[in-house]
Design a protein around this ligand. Structure first.
Ligand code: TNX
Length: 514
């Protein structure tokens, strides 16, 4: 927005009514502690600057991000200053002494003179900026010039996450979504302090990531999708673009190559991967459990080695997800054998394995993470994995699956684990959800969005909002802040912001929308 790069003269802002009905605690996820102060608010004005610490590229990036967020709506320049903070500035402050904030927390201090976000890392600063966005009037989220005043309630917020792993998942295999659509979802989830995006890159209906050694995976295996549409795939460049974009939003990409089931697209691309040497046709339906790599053939492990090597090389994040779910066409013994060969490959290429909970029966080493997707509160393999030291990522299908219908009337989505209301997605306790899995074993939560029935960004948004913010709050906020009646009010407060952002959300009757 070059037009906004110079400070503009004071505008009608001085006459506008105070639209900041929002209180300091109207934030999702609920902050750890909020101390509102009566009296004068901070106000972003035409000459407000953003102060960033000198010589820190990461903090500078957060400053530029804040500037880009607020320029279009305010029309202000919001110039970045690296000298000493001026009166009326928004200050990003890196202070190693604020140890209680950890690596991801922040402290926000707001009074009439100044708004300061303190953190020990740029990640904490970024989270503080997300809180700031929610405290400003919703019009601040607009992509075009709006009238202020741009006020922030005074007081102090001290905030840090309960769990390290707060994830969303997007299934780009059942229906393919373009790079721009993934970026837009990244922007939407980042505002709720989600820090991982798991991309379900391969399934029966499509292979969506370029692998140089096996080019037909994408040219053939990526050429369709559920319903028979054109499908698509990401080139390595495009994947890198997603990874980079996510990192500027403090989000780490977790790629999933689903093995050994959910592999019809690969089996259809290379006949030699099939036990009978016959390539099946491409598949555009929505059944699961019918495909399997041939666990007894050596070529299978050359294939998996190549794929994991290439995917690991293009992924800076720690985790590589190898699926492992619903392998109904692989024998029990074959499954264990397959996993015992594949797990060391992931580690050989420097990644930490992540897999759906079925893979726990192959006893992955203790640093591997196990993702629970069941609907029951007890699972023996998962408790045993926790005992062996594996961290557990919770995505219980009846609570956190964003693809489940809201009620019987919802047109989009599936209902095998639902329907799931907003309240049901919020009212559960990750720390004690699984019998005999202690809270210390829980890495965090994930909200997966499977795309059998979803083809557009509007449809993604409709299923994710407002349940994604519910899961995000469970991942971030302390148990002591878990409160449905407060959450539903705060959720209602987000509607205006979603409208400004063009997010097509579901108007659940459980929420007192304005
Ligand atoms: C189960 S959950 C699946 C997916 C489907 C989803 C639909 C899991 C690990 N596997 O293959 O898309 O249900 O809700």
């Amino acid at each position: 927005s070059a037009a906004a790069s110079q400070p503009s003269a004071p505008q009608a802002e001085d006459h506008g009514a105070d639209k900041t009905a929002s209180a300091l605690s109207d934030v999702i996820p609920a902050p750890t502690s909020v101390e509102p102060e009566r009296g004068a608010k901070f106000r972003v004005k035409w000459n407000t600057g953003i102060h960033a610490p000198r010589g820190n590229a990461e903090a500078d990036r957060v400053a530029r991000y804040l500037q880009q967020q607020l320029r279009p709506s305010t029309g202000y320049g919001l110039l970045i200053n690296r000298g000493s903070p001026g009166r009326g500035d928004m200050v990003l402050s890196l202070d190693g002494s604020e140890q209680r904030l950890g690596d991801s927390g922040y402290r926000m201090d707001v009074d009439k003179e100044r708004l300061t976000i303190h953190a020990t890392t740029s990640e904490g600063l970024f989270h503080g900026v997300q809180t700031l966005r929610q405290l400003l009037p919703a019009e601040a989220e607009s992509g075009s010039p709006r009238h202020g005043p741009w006020k922030v309630p005074a007081g102090e917020i001290v905030d840090k996450p309960r769990f390290e792993h707060r994830s969303a998942m997007l299934d780009v295999a059942r229906h393919f979504f373009e790079v721009e659509q993934v970026k837009s979802y990244i922007d939407q989830i980042a505002q709720y302090k989600i820090n991982y995006l798991h991309l379900h890159l391969t399934d029966d209906q499509g292979w969506r990531i370029q692998i140089d050694d096996w080019p037909k995976l994408t040219t053939h295996g990526g050429s369709t999708e559920v319903g028979g549409g054109d499908g698509g795939y990401y080139t390595k460049r495009e994947y890198a673009e997603i990874v980079d974009y996510a990192s500027t939003r403090n989000i780490t990409i977790v790629p999933e190559i689903d093995l050994p089931g959910h592999t019809n697209a690969a089996l259809s691309s290379y006949a030699e991967l099939n036990c009978d040497g016959q390539a099946p046709p491409l598949y555009t339906g929505i059944e699961v459990g019918f495909s399997s790599l041939c666990v007894d053939k050596e070529v299978t492990y050359r294939f998996v080695d190549d794929v994991i090597r290439e995917v690991a090389a293009m992924t800076p994040g720690r985790y590589l997800h190898i699926g492992g779910d619903e392998a109904d066409s692989t024998t029990e013994e074959g499954y264990r054998h397959f996993m015992s060969r594949v797990l060391p490959i992931v580690e050989k290429y420097g990644k930490t394995p992540l897999g759906w909970h079925e893979y726990a029966k192959a006893e992955p080493s203790s640093d591997a993470m196990v993702q629970y997707w069941g609907t029951s509160n007890s699972n023996e393999e998962v408790s045993k994995a926790a005992e062996r030291g594996n961290e557990i990522l919770l995505s219980p299908a009846n609570r956190s699956y964003l693809d489940q219908k809201y009620n019987e009337e919802t047109e989009l989505g599936l209902d095998w684990a639902g329907p799931t209301t907003v309240r049901e997605s919020y009212d559960w306790r990750p720390g004690s959800h699984m019998n005999s899995v202690p809270e210390e074993a829980i890495a965090g939560v994930e909200a997966p969005l499977w795309s059998e029935t979803l083809t557009t960004s509007n449809e993604i948004e409709f299923m994710a909002f407002p349940r994604l913010p519910a899961i995000a709050e469970l991942g971030w906020s302390p148990q002591s802040k878990h409160d449905w009646s407060s959450f539903r009010e705060r959720l209602a407060g987000q509607a205006a912001s979603w409208q400004e952002q063009g997010i097509d959300f579901y108007r659940s009757e459980q929420i007192p929308w304005p």
